[in-house]
Write a protein that binds this ligand. Structure first.
Ligand code: FES
Length: 129
């Protein structure tokens, strides 16, 4: 089976000055709505549509989550790396887009970086041959 042809696409999202640390926004890019988060100066971009029922991930809370632990023990971690959907509480790793409860379920992510004062989004696509 062929792996297909991989292409890279880039789009300017918005000026970085419009997304200060601790904020999020949405932009139209790649024919869809992309949520962009500035978490203490680090940018993360994901599809704005939760794979459960389409909740707007741009309105999600960013926090940590409960870590695996022994009975009667509570461990909290990954602060600033877990995005919780505002509708029903699914939790996502904000960097990979994978859900915490089942990493095989994920939301599309995009690379977000700053270039000349603009937030630039990049996506990788693989087309079948
Ligand atoms: S729509 Fe996101 S958890 Fe249900």
């Amino acid at each position: 089976m062929s792996a297909g042809v991989s292409t890279t696409e880039r789009e300017v999202a918005l000026p970085v000055a419009e997304l200060p640390p601790g904020t999020s926004t949405t932009v139209k890019a790649f024919g869809t709505t992309v949520a962009i988060f500035n978490v203490e100066g680090q940018l993360f971009a994901l599809s704005n549509h939760c794979p459960h029922h389409g909740g707007p991930l741009c309105h999600g809370r960013i926090s940590g989550t409960a870590l695996p632990s022994r009975p009667y023990e509570y461990r909290y971690g990954r602060e600033g790396r877990v995005l919780t959907c505002p509708w029903h509480g699914w939790e996502f790793d904000i960097e990979s887009g994978r859900t915490i409860f089942d990493p095989s379920v994920r939301v599309k992510t995009y690379e977000a970086r700053i270039e000349e004062g603009e937030i630039m989004l990049t996506r990788q696509r693989t087309e079948p041959r």
